[in-house]
Design a binder for this molecule. Sequence first.
Ligand SMILES: [Cu+2]
Length: 162
Amino acid sequence: MKKLITLIAALTLSASAVAEVVVDHPYARAVPPGQTNSAAFMSLTNDSNDEVALVAASTSIAKVVELHTHTHDNGVMKMRQIPRITLPAHQTVELQPGGLHIMLIGLKRNLVKDEMIDLTLTYNDGHSEQLTIPVTDIMAGMNHKKMDHSQMNHKMKNHSSE
Ligand SMILES: [Cu+2]
C-alpha cells in the first residue's frame, strides 16, 4: 500500500513538472479546392506558475507549419512568421483570425468542413501534445472582423484631434 501511494505521488509530481497548457476550442479553417494554405486557431491557457512558449507545430496534412501573427501596416493587414507564441503564467492567449495563428502551408489535400485533422503542438520545455481538431468554415466571421477594425481606427483618430 505504501508503495502505491509513493507511486501516485511520483506521478503527480511529474505531471506538474510538465507545463500545463489547456487547449480550448481548436479548429482549422476549411479551404476551397486549389487553395494550398490554411490556418489553425484555438485558445491556449497556461495554468502553471511559469511562462511557457509554443515553439513549433506540425500536422500530417501540410508540408510546412509555421507560427504567425498579423501586423497592421497603413491599414493593410500582413502576416509574418514568429519564432514563438509566449504564454504568460495563468493567462489565456487567443489564436484567432486576424491575430496569432498556426499557419498550415502546402496542404496535401483539401480541408473539408466538419472533418478532423491532426495537429501536434511543441512547447519550449520540450513536451508536445497531439490534438485532433475539427475543420470549420469561418469566412463570414473574418469579413466582419475587418469592418470592426476600420471603424475602431476611425473613432480613435477623431478622439485625438479633439
Ligand atoms: Cu499566416
